[in-house]
Write a protein that binds this ligand. Sequence first.
Ligand SMILES: Nc1ncnc2c1ncn2[C@@H]1O[C@H](COP(=O)(O)OP(=O)(O)OP(=O)(O)O)[C@@H](O)[C@H]1O
Length: 225
Amino acid sequence: MNETPIIEVRQLTKTYRVGEVDVHALRGVDLEVQKGEFIAVVGTSGSGKSTLFNVLGGLTPPSTGSVHIGGKDLSHMTNAERTNLRKDTVGFVFQKYNLLPTLSAEDNIKIVKYIGGHGTDFDAPFNEVLRLLGIAERLKHKPRALSGGQQQRVAIARAIVNGPAILLADEPTGNLDSQNSAAVLNLLKDLNERLGQTILMITHDEEAASYAHRRVHMRDGQLLQ
Ligand SMILES: Nc1ncnc2c1ncn2[C@@H]1O[C@H](COP(=O)(O)OP(=O)(O)OP(=O)(O)O)[C@@H](O)[C@H]1O
């Protein structure tokens, strides 16, 4: 028996109105992602990757078509439900790490647990995340004392520490050299293989995409699978 996909996108379109011109960023996208998959969405600049990411994360409303996340129809969600989706179901990682500069690496991760209402109970999964981070000796350091790759790994830990069903990563290695990119991609792979984290990663880098189980190509607002 097939499980319900964790992400199910049907005939999704998104059109932006820019002055007098319609920009068709997504033109009928279909996508199914099963729980535990690690998928790379590859495509050139302007192909619609970030728009897809923003729609999946409930940040941008689609024009037409449907998106189900964890079996729930995004278009039928209230604003409050969409906020909860961003808080509990989807973890985000961006090209820029967006860490708080005055907090240590460890507190950057822990603060999300406080905000998320999960209290101070730092359970086994949290400790496993810290272990997989591979920067145990640097956790007390502020972000500026960490390399870009280390900062991105902290940002990834922060994104998943509340156990989101899906991790959306938009160009997570876009600012990194090849050594730091490999460290970040290996962390994503470990999280997927060891914790079963579902990951959707956007990239224009084929090398980065090779870490995923499956890659789909985006061109002119359409997904070629
Ligand atoms: N907020 C917006 N308003 C108007 N047009 C937009 C907006 N966001 C994206 N677009 C347009 O939609 C198309 C797809 O953009 P999108 O950012 O999704 O592509 P992308 O593949 O993520 O590109 P990049 O790799 O450069 O980030 C482009 O033509 C872009 O100019």
